[in-house]
Structure formats: C-alpha cells, structure tokens
Design a protein around this ligand. Structure first.
Ligand code: PRF
Ligand code: ZN
Length: 381
C-alpha cells in the first residue's frame, strides 16, 4: 500500500475544547497527520469536479478541513495500482488537508441492490464490467491503505434501519467479526486511523451489546452506522442518544450518512462530533438551496423576478455574485447552476457547524438551539 513516511507520532490526537453545561454537546480538536479538524464537523463528499462535486480548491476556500474521499475504484477501473502510482488520494486530487474513506460495502449494498452478503464479505457485480467482485474486510482495508486517507472505516454489515428480526442481530455480530479482521489486516496503524462502526438497528439491547464489544478493540474513533434510512426521527435520535451515552468521552464519534440541518443540531447536542452526507450537493442538483428558514426551490417560477441573493447573510461566492432570478433562469443548463448551488449549500453546512461549535465554546448552545428551531420551524413543528 501507499507507505507512511513517519512513525514518530500517533495518527490521531483528540482534545476536548469545551463542553456544554446543559447538553452533551462538545467542541473538540481532532489532530490528524495532515491537518487539524475542529468539531462538530460536517464532511462533504469530495468527488473529482464532476457535476455535483466541487474542486479541491473550492472545498478548501469554503474552509473544510476534512472531506470524504471516494473509494471509487473498488477492485477495478483502474484499481489500487492507480493510487499507488499517484502516491495516494491526497496527491491525486491535490487536497492537502484531511480525508476519510468509507469501506465501500455500504455504498455497494445501497447503490447496487445486487449485492450479496456472506461471512466472507460483500459480493457485487462490478459497475465497470461483467465481473463479480468480492469485497472482504481484508480487501477493503488493502484498498483503503493504498488510498492513504487519514481516517479509514471498517467493513460493516449494514441492514436497512427498518429491518426487524434475527437479521439485525446477525449483522451486528458479523460487523464485530469483520472489525477484528480489519484490525488484523490494517498495515498503516501509525498514519491511518481505523474507525469501528456501531450497528444493531433500532434495537437498544443490540446497540448496547455492540458498543460494549467494539469499545474493547480500542480504535482511535468510533462511528454510529445503520441510521438515517427512513426510520422515525424520535427513534433515530434515541439510538444516537444511547450510543453517545455509552461511548468513551475521549474519542471522536462519527454519525454516518447524516446531514439535515436539524439532525446536525440535535445530534451535536447528543454529543456527536462528525457527520457526512450527500444531501447538500444532491439537493443542489435538484435546484434546491438550503437556508436558515428551510429550503428555496429555485426552479419555481416565484423566483424568476426575485433579485435578492439566496440568503443576504450568506458569505458564499454564489450569494455575493448572483440573484435568485439569475439562478432560476440558468437552472435548466444544469451544470453551472448545480455548481453554484453546491457552493452555497456547502457554505451553509460549514457556517452551521461553525455556529454550533462557537456557541458550545461560548456556553450559549442552548439558546442557539432555541433560535435555530424557531427560525427553521416557526409554527413549532
Ligand atoms: N455504514 C457505512 N457507511 C455508511 C453507513 C453505515 O451504516 C451509513 C448509514 N446508513 C452511511 N454511510 N460503512
Ligand atoms: Zn450563499
């Protein structure tokens, strides 16, 4: 795999900067090999300047300190050899700050419904050829070692959050067995941090058992997976609340696949430190802008004569340069509008996380939550 250049320091140091006195919210400093990360943090998905994706330069300008790197060459096209030749994903995409990669199985299971899960791993049809590929825990780690991200994820067995019965328990136990295989396979302990993932569906007992087991493995950080799949919000928040209550306080907690503003605020109050989601860029592609009072669907004709920016308080390039009317008029030539809306939506996410962090540090987080909710839900629901 892409070799580590240094074995001097630990690959992650974690500092609690401030704790809210009325909720479980915390502001932390997570120091990774390439860049420090201030949390709570939202990680955008860094694609290579495609339709909904922004360039590394644009993500850096918005101020992101860590992005999600694509594991976009799982096994093929052209494969890990490319990463070896490119000297890792940081150099390849010219991103000098931190990167996290996911293990790939979840993407395969959720994107291609042809995936089949066995004890060996996740079997799926290659998106590039007629081949069947088998992603084992060992293979996932080998690929992620070659990509060289600062944080890598274990392969986990994810079931839809609405699944009930023995399959949920099986997936939880298999996730722990796969964690052990990932730990054994991991070659770059001193420069890449392997995070484990809590599974167990919406079952409180399974979540409790899972946390108890994986915490023993003492990984540098812990993710909460298997949520945000259409389950009831109250139940979703309850599971997060339980997990954060059981997790060690001195390690980062990463809630996977969560990115709605209200969830970022609530889950930060519950003690989550890291998030990722395609939502802000995906919704940009559909012509929707995120604002503190909800969303603007800029395709609607009500904006065709509206000469205000998306949000007059937003510091982004799009809001400083263009009106709602202009965006409405170009939205059919998708690519440009999509980029401008992605810049705005990611700036909104970044600003929201900065506000959360600042208010935790200044011990004004409870009032911030009240103000946020009042603006987002003026009718109280
Ligand atoms: N596991 C992995 N990646 C994920 C998730 C998960 O559970 C989610 C939540 N459904 C998003 N991304 N490996
Ligand atoms: Zn803006």
């Amino acid at each position: 795999g892409t070799a580590c250049s240094s074995a001097i320091s630990r690959a992650l140091s974690f500092k609690l900067v401030a704790e809210c006195s009325t909720s479980k919210a915390r502001a932390c400093l997570i120091t990774l090999p390439k860049c420090s990360v201030e949390s709570p943090v939202f990680m955008p998905v860094g694609t290579k300047g495609t339709m909904k994706g922004l360039t590394s330069k644009q993500l850096e300008d918005i101020g992101f300190q860590i992005i999600l790197g694509n594991t976009y060459h799982l096994g093929t096209n052209p494969g890990p050899e490319l990463m070896e030749k490119a000297n890792g994903l940081h150099d390849f995409m010219n991103w000098k700050r931190s990167i996290l990669t996911d293990s790939g199985g979840y993407q395969m299971v959720s994107l291609l419904d042809l995936a089949e899960i066995t004890e060996e791993g996740v079997k799926f049809a290659s998106p590039y050829s007629d081949d069947m590929l088998l992603l084992t825990p060992e293979r996932s780690i080998e690929i992620q070692n070659s990509i060289g991200a600062d944080i890598i994820m274990q392969l986990d067995d994810v079931v839809a959050s609405t699944t009930e019965g023995p399959r949920v328990e099986e997936a939880m136990h298999r996730t722990i067995r796969w964690l052990d295989r990932c730990i054994t396979a991991h070659k770059n302990m001193h420069c890449q941090n392997l995070f484990c993932i809590v599974q167990g569906g919406l079952d409180m007992d399974l979540r409790r058992k899972c946390v108890e087991e994986i915490v023993k493995r003492d990984t540098p950080g812990i993710a909460i997976g298997g949520l945000s799949g259409g389950e009831d919000k109250q139940v979703f928040w309850k599971v997060v609340d339980l997990c954060t209550s059981l997790l060690p306080k001195n390690k980062p907690r990463y809630l996977m696949g969560v990115g709605y503003a209200v969830d970022l605020v609530v889950c930060s109050a519950l003690g989550v430190d890291m998030y990722d989601c395609v939502y802000p860029t995906r919704t940009a592609r559909f012509g929707t802008a995120l604002v503190p009072w909800g969303q603007l669907r800029l395709k609607q004709s009500q904006y065709s004569m509206d000469f205000d920016p998306i949000d007059k308080n937003c510091p982004c390039l799009t809001c400083k340069t263009y009106t709602r009317a202009y965006l409405n008029s170009i939205i059919k030539q998708e690519t440009v509008a999509c980029h401008l809306l992605s810049i705005h939506n990611l700036t909104y996410q970044k600003q929201l996380m900065e506000s959360i962090r600042k208010n935790i540090i200044q011990n004004t987080f409870p009032q911030f939550v009240k103000d946020f909710m009042k603006e987002m839900f003026p009718d109280g629901n």
